[in-house]
Design a protein around this ligand. Structure first.
Ligand SMILES: Cc1cc2nc3c(=O)[nH]c(=O)nc-3n(C[C@H](O)[C@H](O)[C@H](O)COP(=O)(O)OP(=O)(O)OC[C@H]3O[C@@H](n4cnc5c(N)ncnc54)[C@H](O)[C@@H]3O)c2cc1C
Length: 397
């Protein structure tokens, strides 16, 4: 078995590296607070600088390069796309294009009408359209099929009422990809439909609140008699559950998350080699050495897991189980890694990035907080274990 990428992929890797060397600020640390990949707001590159960085990525067609040409992509291979994601994640570079690129666009590609595909995929790949994902509700998180937001047909329109919560980025998004109940009289996952409509539609209120990293990213979204046209429905009525699952499979596969872990481990190794504590270097401590060796094994397992998913996607194989494995292992690895990092730094590891005493500018402090959320978003670790037990191992519910 040959795990090497081909010559073209390696040439492309160099191109992405040169781009990042040139375009990122010289003191760039890459506080990749998104362990699920990259691109979450880290405070290192914000506002206009951040948008102009993303614009340069879009001009090169990189964020959506594996999409078909007719939908704004370049028809590039999954391995090419992987190389890009790997390098971006490794550097903690901003600009994943958010959930529109990572999973909502790909789900539209599978389930959307031709009109949806032309309109939304083209807009996403040009960097003109952003999305929020309206799934979770106060009474429907892990039990997503319990969604109570209702969509009722009225003539040629749908009228939607309800509340969504944890809706990341809804206060900035152009559109929402929203799961609503269209039939209350069937088993709960069979009565859901998926809708796409603009966030500025009358009757929508988005109230932002901060996440665990103090970033104003979550929202409560209230839908009060929101009237949308019939073509806001994605695919067939009452098939929303399957469309949601398609998107979640893409979201969970997140092959880039392991590159972020690899870099965090390298930063930690360097820090231990350079830092003395009670007269000796941290790198000489046998307990820390053991911990790091174990992490190195896990980071390598993650890299191989990511390559396997790319291989499965290239060969059009279903990745559902592999996505759950990747999500579970990757998010828990990020948590172990950042916890051990913080531990090694002792009390200094709890200092936030604005403290002059914070090691590595607080990288591991913010990484730890963020890694807690990584095991919750896109389905908790317990939910992934349930999925693997049932779908993967054939155990009863
Ligand atoms: C960073 C982040 C971003 C997010 N972004 C979005 C977004 O953009 N859009 C969106 O719709 N949602 C989003 N969410 C919400 C996320 O999908 C939910 O938080 C998640 O599905 C869990 O739901 P809950 O918070 O209601 O917890 P609950 O479902 O109430 O679960 C509470 C606890 O019980 C456990 N539990 C529940 N059921 C079971 C079971 N059957 N077996 C074993 N254990 C169980 C869970 O694992 C968890 O530990 C985001 C969450 C986070 C953390």
């Amino acid at each position: 078995m040959d795990f090497r990428l081909d010559h073209e992929d390696e040439v492309f890797r160099k191109e992405v590296r040169h781009f990042l060397d040139r375009e990122l600020p010289s003191d760039w640390l890459g506080m990749s607070v998104s362990w699920a990949g990259y691109g979450a707001s880290s405070g290192e590159l914000e506002g206009e600088a951040r948008s102009s960085f993303y614009k340069k990525l879009v001009e090169r067609g990189w964020p959506t390069m594996a999409w078909p040409k007719e939908y704004g992509g370049q028809g590039a291979s999954y391995t090419h796309q992987y190389v890009y994601n790997d390098e971006m994640s490794y550097r903690g570079a901003p600009g994943s294009g958010g959930m529109a690129v990572t999973h909502i666009g790909p789900a539209i590609m599978v389930h959307g009408s031709e009109e949806h595909k032309k309109k939304f995929l083209g807009g996403i790949s040009r960097g003109e359209i952003t999305f929020a994902q309206g799934f979770s509700e106060p009474g429907a998180g892990s039990d997503l099929a319990a969604v109570t937001t209702k969509a009722v047909r009225d003539g040629d329109d749908w009228v939607i009422n309800g509340q969504k919560t944890f809706t990341t980025g809804a206060h900035h998004a152009d559109y929402i990809w929203l799961l609503a109940r269209t039939n209350p009289n069937v088993p709960k996952h069979k009565g859901l439909s998926m809708f796409i409509f603009p966030m500025n539609t009358a009757g929508i209120t988005a109230r932002p609140y901060p996440n665990i990293c103090d970033i104003l990213s979550f929202n409560d979204v209230y839908l009060d008699n929101v009237r949308v046209p019939k073509d806001a429905l994605v695919g067939e009525e009452n098939q929303g559950w399957y469309q949601a699952m398609t998107g979640l499979d893409f979201e969970r596969s997140g092959v880039a998350r392991f590159a972020g872990c690899r870099r965090a481990l390298e930063l930690l190794v360097r820090y231990m080699k350079e830092t003395r504590w009670n007269g000796s270097y941290l790198s000489e401590d046998p307990r820390h050495r053991d911990q790091l060796a174990e992490l190195a094994v896990e980071v390598e397992i993650g890299r191989l897991m990511a390559l396997r998913i790319i291989w499965m996607q290239t060969n059009r194989m279903p990745v559902s189980n592999a996505s759950s494995v990747s999500k579970l292992f990757g998010s828990e690895l990020a948590q172990r890694l950042s916890r051990i990092g913080g531990d090694i730094m002792g009390p200094f590891g709890t200092l936030r990035k604005d403290s002059k005493w914070a090691p590595l500018r607080g990288f591991f402090e913010i990484a730890y907080r963020n890694s807690v959320s990584a095991t919750l978003g896109a389905g908790t670790s317990e939910v992934q274990r349930n999925i693997l037990a049932q779908r993967g191992l054939g155990l009863p519910r």
